[in-house]
Design a binder for this molecule. Structure first.
Ligand code: EPU
Length: 416
C-alpha cells in the first residue's frame, strides 16, 4: 500500500507536460477490436485504468504491446466474447467494450461494471439504446447476454447525454453499412477524439462535439496510427494546484479550447490564465477569491471531475462559495477528509456550501475515489505541516505519476 507525504506551503513554478487523456484512451482502446489489423496509439497514459483495458484486450485474444512512447494493439482473431467479472469490476469503462465486442463477434457477455464509487451508476441508458438499435439483451444471474438483431439501423435518442452510452453506440455502429443517428449525444472532447480515431480506421462518423452524431455507412475498418488528446482533467488538477499554492505554471500540451469553463472559474478565483502557444500558463499571486456558485453540467458545462479539485481550492478562499453537483450523487465524499484538515463547509442536498478558511493543516487523510483523492493532494500542497494521503491506488487510476509532475513544479511530495 502506497501513501503520499506532502510538506505544504511551496509556491509552484515551472513547466509540466500534460499526459494523454484517460477518458479518451479507454474507448479508443476498445475501438481497436473493430479491426483485425494493427493499431498504433501514441500518448496513451500509463495508468492503472489503461492497464486494465490491456488486460481486457488480452483476455479477448488481442495482442497488446505497451512501449514507452506508444501502444500497439492487434486483435487479429478474438477467442472470446466475454469480459470476466473481475475485470468488469475494476473500472466503469469496461462497459465500453460491449459495443466493440458486439460489432466484432455478434454476441457479447458482460456484467455490471465497477469503478469509483460516486453514487449509483446504472447502465440503463447504454442497454436501452442498444435495444433500440436492435440488440437482443437478456439479463440473468448478474450476467448481461447481448446479441445483434437482424438490423442495426435507425435513430436513437438518449434520455441523458451519457458519455459512455454515446461512445458505446459509436463503437457498435462504426463500420456498418447502414446509417445510425444519435440524438442528445454527449458533446465531450473525448467523443470527438473517438470519432477522429474511428474515422481514421475508415468509419464515416460526423457531428461529434454537437448533440447529433450520425454514423454513415462505410467499408470494413482497418488499422491506423493515432495520437490521443491531452487529459483536460489532469491539466485542471495542476491548474487548481497552482491556484491554491500561488506561482506560475505552464501546462505544456494542454488544449485551451477544452478548458474554457475551468479557466473561467479559476480566473474568478483570481488566477490569470493565458494561452502561451505550447499550452496554458496559470499565474496566481494571492489567496483565492470565493466564487458565487458553480454547477456541474455535461460538456461544455463545468466538469464534474473538476468539482472536487476546485472544491479544495475554495476551502482556502476568502469568503463563501457554493458548488452544486448535478451529475453524480456521491461526489462530496472528499469533504469529510478536508474537514480533518480544518476545512469548513456544509453539504445541503446537492450543494456544498464552503466557508473559506485562511489555512488548512496537514494530517492523515484517505482518498475514496480518483478525483476526490487528487483534491486531497491539492489541499495538502497548500496546508501547513505534513499531509499523508492514503489509498493512493485510486489516484493512480488516472494520473501517471502525480508526485513526479508536482515535484517538477516545486512541490515537496514523495511516495512511500
Ligand atoms: N447514467 C445513468 N445511466 C446510464 C449511464 C449514465 O443513469 O446508463 C448517469 C450516471 O449515473 C451519472 C450520469 O448519468 O449520474 C453521467 O454518466 P456518464 O455516462 O455521462 O458518465 P460515464 O461515461 O460513466 C464519464 C467519465 C467520468 C466522468 C463522466 C461525466 C470515462 C471513462 N469516465 O463517465 O470520468 O465523470 O463521464 O463527465 O469517460 C473520472 O475520470 O474520474 C470520471 C469519473
Amino acid at each position: 500500500m502506497c501513501e503520499l507525504i506532502i510538506n505544504g506551503g511551496n509556491r509552484l513554478c515551472g513547466e509540466v507536460k500534460i499526459q494523454g487523456s484517460k477518458n479518451a484512451s479507454l474507448p479508443i482502446l476498445a475501438a481497436t477490436l473493430l479491426t483485425d489489423e494493427r493499431c498504433v496509439i501514441h500518448n496513451c497514459p500509463n495508468i492503472s485504468d489503461t492497464n486494465t483495458a490491456f488486460e481486457i484486450l488480452n483476455d479477448l485474444g488481442a495482442d497488446v504491446i505497451s512501449l514507452k512512447d506508444y501502444v500497439t494493439v492487434r486483435a487479429k482473431k478474438l477467442c472470446n466474447d466475454k469480459i470476466p467479472q473481475d475485470l468488469m469490476g475494476r473500472m466503469r469503462s469496461s462497459v465500453m467494450f460491449l459495443g466493440a465486442i458486439l460489432a466484432r463477434c455478434g454476441t457479447a457477455v458482460i456484467c455490471n461494471p465497477g469503478g469509483c464509487n460516486l453514487g449509483e451508476r446504472p447502465i440503463d441508458i447504454h442497454l436501452r439504446s442498444l435495444r433500440r438499435l436492435g440488440v437482443r439483451i437478456c439479463e440473468t444471474n448478474g450476467c448481461i447476454f447481448c446479441s445483434l438483431g437482424e438490423k442495426t439501423a435507425g435513430e436513437v435518442t438518449l434520455l441523458y447525454p451519457s458519455v459512455g452510452a454515446t461512445e458505446n453506440i459509436m463503437l457498435l455502429c462504426a463500420g456498418l453499412d447502414t446509417s445510425v443517428r444519435i440524438n442528445n449525444a454527449a458533446r465531450e472532447p473525448e467523443i470527438v477524439d473517438l470519432q477522429n480515431f474511428l474515422n481514421l480506421m475508415g468509419a464515416d462518423i460526423r457531428g461529434a462535439g454537437t448533440e447529433t452524431i450520425t454514423i454513415y455507412p462505410s467499408h470494413r475498418l482497418h488499422g491506423c496510427e493515432y495520437r490521443v488528446m491531452p487529459d483536460r482533467i489532469v491539466a485542471a488538477t495542476y491548474a487548481c494546484a497552482t491556484a491554491i499554492c500561488g506561482g506560475e505554471v505552464s501546462l505544456v500540451g494542454a488544449e485551451p479550447g477544452h478548458m474554457r469553463i475551468v479557466n473561467a472559474a479559476l480566473c474568478a478565483t483570481g488566477c490569470e490564465i493565458k494561452n502561451n502557444g505550447s499550452g496554458i500558463l496559470v499565474c496566481a499571486d494571492s489567496r483565492p477569491k470565493a466564487i458565487e456558485m458553480i454547477k456541474t453540467l455535461p460538456y461544455p458545462g463545468f466538469p464534474t471531475d473538476v468539482q472536487p479539485l476546485l472544491g479544495a481550492v475554495l476551502m482556502t478562499a476568502d469568503g463563501d462559495s457554493e458548488l452544486c453537483e448535478a451529475i453524480f450523487k456521491k461526489r462530496f465524499e472528499y469533504y469529510s477528509q478536508l474537514e480533518l484538515m480544518g476545512a469548513d463547509a456544509e453539504i445541503k442536498g446537492s450543494t456544498l456550501v464552503i466557508h473559506g478558511r485562511e489555512r488548512l493543516f496537514g494530517t492523515e487523510v484517505s482518498a475514496a475515489d480518483l478525483r476526490g483523492g487528487a483534491a486531497l493532494i491539492i489541499a495538502g500542497l497548500a496546508a501547513s505541516g505534513t499531509t499523508v494521503v492514503n489509498n493512493v491506488h485510486y489516484i493512480d487510476r488516472g494520473y501517471e505519476s502525480i508526485e513526479r509532475d508536482l515535484k517538477l513544479i516545486g512541490a515537496d511530495i514523495m511516495r512511500i
